[in-house]
Design a protein around this ligand. Sequence first.
Ligand SMILES: NC(=O)c1ccc[n+]([C@@H]2O[C@H](COP(=O)([O-])OP(=O)(O)OC[C@H]3O[C@@H](n4cnc5c(N)ncnc54)[C@H](O)[C@@H]3O)[C@@H](O)[C@H]2O)c1
Length: 262
Amino acid sequence: MSSASFLQGLFGLDGQVAVVIGGTGVLCGAQARGLAAAGARVVVAGRDAERGNAVVDAIRLAGGSATFHTVDVAERDSVETLCAAVVAQHGRVDMLINGAGINFASSYDELPEADWSRVLRIDLDGVHHGCQVFARQMSCQPDGGAILNIGSVTAHTPLSRVIAYSAAKAAVVNLTRNLARELASARVRVNALCPGFFPAEQNRAILAPERVEKILAGTPLGRFGEPDELVGATLLLLSRSAGSFITGAIYYVDGGFTAMRL
Ligand SMILES: NC(=O)c1ccc[n+]([C@@H]2O[C@H](COP(=O)([O-])OP(=O)(O)OC[C@H]3O[C@@H](n4cnc5c(N)ncnc54)[C@H](O)[C@@H]3O)[C@@H](O)[C@H]2O)c1
């Protein structure tokens, strides 16, 4: 067997259907492009049609297959509409990434109630909506499916000034483990990918110069991540061949941030 066909057997996703919620953004956009390059038919989903269509165009330009659908993960009905649309278009859903997320920075004392609620609604309830709605579809399919929730290093080590976000991401990790148990008999694997620090839209305001210095000092590899550096772990966790015995895993791609203490 050639090395190309060996790798294709492990990581190839030819014809499989991948829904990337939050594929409109920096990190999940890179994941969407990676899944398409591995052969998946990708559905990029999010609130921002302009950004979503730009990701779709990039995938098609590279010879891949992609379409865009609008979704607001805060609204369960919207996630149900997305799932129904994908099944109408493709007949199945093999993989889901739950990556929509927002973040606001403030001290705990000054944290507005509305910001707390909005972050929990999108970053936690949104993941729950994706898991429950798409797991119902996957569990009707003979070969099930795989879900990848996007956590964060802050699920492991709470970060100052992003307290609602930290609480939401810790809950996403707990939910992921619980659903790995809950959905195993339906042949649905559920894992979480926890990125370290990658400059993106939602954290631009949080990355003040003095904070950047502390982050890089606390990251053994001494730099920010590049979005494409999430693709390898994404393929591993979502591939039904390479990832066949992986469920309930919390996988950090963080340049060593969570390994570091002093
Ligand atoms: N960038 C980082 O350093 C980092 C680190 C750890 C975890 N993460 C997580 O990675 C994921 C992607 O974030 P990113 O950094 O690429 O940010 P991003 O802002 O580029 O992407 C987030 C996307 O989510 C979309 N979104 C927001 N609310 C939504 C809603 N209600 N419904 C549908 N879509 C919605 C936004 O429009 C945006 O396109 C998030 O879950 C984030 O928390 C990012």
